[in-house]
Ligand binder design. Structure first.
Ligand SMILES: Nc1ncnc2c1ncn2[C@@H]1O[C@H](COP(=O)(O)OP(=O)(O)OP(=O)(O)O)[C@@H](O)[C@H]1O
Length: 228
């Protein structure tokens, strides 16, 4: 069963040509794939439709065969609990510690206190910030803030993770390590979609790649074709 399906999705923001035009694809549970394309190609828009921060103008987006058009009002937070998001601009709470920022999705999900501490520390270790749990976000470098955002997105083990340019502020070695961390998530039950314009990085990962060009899905490249 497809975990995510786009059927002829068009998204037009007022006053602009469509950011996405008639886009169709599906993603199976346990996949990791990339969405790539030039600046303005529609990558962020595609991810926003999955996370319900935008709605399609036409067509349908389905998660677990459920049409997201039917997810409205009070049901949106429940949907967002299943979808972890790494934003380009981190969106951390600046008056809360690194620990508190990362703990937030677990507290919202009602995870018991003792478990919260264990899981937050485990995920902070994974992103290399084990020593910084008491820091405030603005006491960290941009790349460190980005890693806090990644830790927050994966701590509750969401069914689906969407990440928008998650390694944009990281040096190449750290970017590679974070990508390897993402690549380990499908085995733990999280399907991963990463938007990136870094073609070198995308190619090195040898995963499926969706290529957008001016809002159109131009190519859907399998890992085998990428290797050829
Ligand atoms: N909130 C918005 N209102 C109006 N137009 C928007 C909005 N968000 C995006 N757009 C337009 O939609 C198109 C696609 O933008 P989008 O951010 O999805 O592209 P992108 O591939 O993620 O680009 P980048 O790599 O630069 O982040 C662009 O032409 C952009 O100007």
């Amino acid at each position: 069963m497809a975990l995510l399906r786009f059927d002829n999705v068009t998204k037009a923001y007022p006053g602009n040509p469509p950011a996405l035009s008639e886009v169709s694809f599906s993603v199976d549970e346990g996949e990791m794939l990339f969405v790539t394309g030039h600046s303005g190609a529609g990558k962020s828009t595609l991810l926003r439709l999955v996370h319900l921060s935008e709605r399609p103008s036409r067509g349908t987006v389905l998660v677990n065969e459920r049409n997201l058009a039917k997810v409205r009002g009070g049901k949106v937070p429940l949907h967002r609990r299943q979808v972890g998001v790494v934003f380009q601009d981190h969106r951390l709470l600046t008056d809360r510690s690194v620990f508190d920022n990362v703990a937030l999705p677990l507290l919202i999900a009602g995870t018991p206190g003792a478990e919260v501490g264990k899981r937050v520390r485990a995920v902070l270790d994974k992103v290399g910030l084990g020593e910084r749990e008491r820091s405030l976000p603005l006491q960290l470098s941009t790349g460190e803030q980005q890693r806090v955002g990644i830790a927050r997105a994966i701590v509750a083990q969401p069914q689906l993770l969407v990440a928008d340019e998650p390694t944009g502020n990281l040096d190449p070695q750290l970017a590679g390590e974070i990508m390897q961390l993402f690549a380990s998530l499908p085995a733990l039950g999280t399907t991963v979609i990463v938007a990136s314009h870094d073609l070198g990085l995308v190619k090195r990962m040898r995963r499926r790649v969706l290529v957008l060009d001016h809002g159109r899905l131009m190519d859907d490249i399998s890992p085998e074709d990428l290797a050829a």
